[in-house]
Write a new protein. Structure first.
Length: 189
């Protein structure tokens, strides 16, 4: 199979696996069945079973990253629809998102540095609380490891979706704006 055909096949495979895993997650309805993590595992298994290097998947990865970027931009639509709510909580939103984003980066960087991780890994971890397209772009700007940044974004989102609501419940935080800001800022969930 040629490069273009293989790349197209991987795009179709990725979308198909994701949709199948989404349906499975709906049927099983268990918080540990994370659609992104299971999909990635299936794609990795297919690459290994077909004896394909990760580099062969690069064209599909680029297409998926571009589509994620478009989906991120599309988030402007619900933001616009809720502009009155956003304006009424503007100062709280700016303060909490700013402080939360800074704290997320500083704490991740400190833990990684104190753990003795190499500089390129530490810098690749820093954008873990943003969406994948932004994390990959930031990682490329600083000439670090985009795939590692993407992996940390997925891990952060997964942990946030698994434990975020539970932690907020245990903390007694029930205001929907506060919950949304906390989960969105820390784990983009």
């Amino acid at each position: 199979m040629g490069g273009l055909a293989l790349g197209l096949w991987f795009v179709v495979l990725t979308v198909g696996v994701y949709l199948a895993c989404r349906r499975l997650a709906f049927w099983v309805n268990h918080p540990l069945l994370n659609v992104v993590a299971v999909s990635a595992g299936v794609i990795i298994a297919v690459l290994v079973a077909c004896d394909q290097p990760y580099a062969a998947y690069a064209p599909a990865r680029e297409v998926m990253t571009t589509l994620l970027g478009l989906a991120t931009v599309a988030l402007a639509v619900p933001l616009y629809r809720h502009r009155r709510l956003l304006r009424s909580h503007g100062l709280a939103i700016l303060a909490s998102v700013g402080a939360g984003a800074l704290l997320a980066m500083v704490s991740a960087g400190l833990v990684a540095s104190l753990g003795g991780l190499p500089r390129e890994v530490v810098v690749s971890i820093l954008p873990k609380s943003v969406s994948i397209p932004f994390a990959v772009k930031i990682s490329r700007i600083y000439d670090e490891i985009p795939a590692l940044s993407a992996a940390f974004v997925v891990a952060t989102g997964t942990l946030g979706s698994l434990f975020g609501a539970w932690l907020l419940n245990r903390s007694g935080i029930d205001h929907p704006v506060a919950r949304g800001l906390a989960l969105g800022t820390v784990s983009h969930a």
